[in-house]
Design a binder for this molecule. Structure first.
Ligand SMILES: C[S@@+](CC[C@H](N)C(=O)[O-])C[C@H]1O[C@@H](n2cnc3c(N)ncnc32)[C@H](O)[C@@H]1O
Length: 185
């Protein structure tokens, strides 16, 4: 399985119908659609991206599957996660997905950055204080990718959460799987 599939498999084991989830990097909408299918018509998915082009692509993909009613698209920086998600919703979040790097088919210079990514990871873990799951796909191959990948490792270690890291050979993508109900000291 590819890291993206490993992450989806992990999330699917935990996210249930009527749950609330966040796609922090909506991109072309694959993960947003995946989450929206899992939560069903009673659930909801917040799909965040810093690029309007990505949100346009995500909206199109959601519409093709008639999943828009169970989603909210948010144009913003995921480092501001706590401000972007309505306060009353925050305690109900059960899954958060990150797929770092650049928008496939888009501008490869517009990539996630280590500083905002670590800010977003800390914010995301704060939204999952005792339960819920989170996945992160980091990429080591593009300029800045390795530094961001190392920053992800540092942010997770700082938070004392137990996580599983699945690496692929030759500097390929890495899947980080976090179950927020487990901590280590
Ligand atoms: C690899 S793509 C995501 C792929 C997506 N999950 C999918 O299923 O198609 C990474 C996305 O992160 C977005 N991004 C970069 N920096 C961001 C930030 N600070 N906040 C939110 N999104 C960001 C990019 O615009 C890009 O669309």
């Amino acid at each position: 399985m590819r890291p993206v599939e490993i992450a989806q498999h992990f999330i699917a084991e935990h996210l249930k119908p009527a749950d609330i989830a966040i796609d922090t990097t909506a991109g072309n909408g694959h993960d947003s659609c995946f989450l929206a299918r899992l939560v069903g018509p009673e659930g909801h998915v917040f799909c965040i991206d810093i690029q309007t082009a990505a949100l346009t692509n995500t909206a199109r993909r959601l519409a093709a599957e008639q999943l828009e009613p169970r989603t909210t698209l948010i144009h913003g920086d995921h480092a501001q996660l706590a401000r972007l998600i309505p306060l009353d919703i925050q305690p109900r979040i059960r899954a958060i997905m990150f797929n770092l790097g650049y928008l496939p088919g888009g501008d490869k210079h517009l990539i996630t950055q280590a500083t905002s990514t670590t800010g977003a990871i800390h914010a995301a873990l704060a939204l999952l204080p005792t339960a819920g799951v989170m996945s992160i796909i980091s990429y080591r191959g593009h300029p800045g990718g390795l530094a961001e990948h190392k920053a992800v490792a540092g942010a997770l270690a700082d938070n004392h959460r137990r996580y599983h890291c699945v690496e692929t050979p030759n500097s390929g993508p890495v899947a980080w799987l976090i179950d927020a109900s487990y901590r280590h000291d």
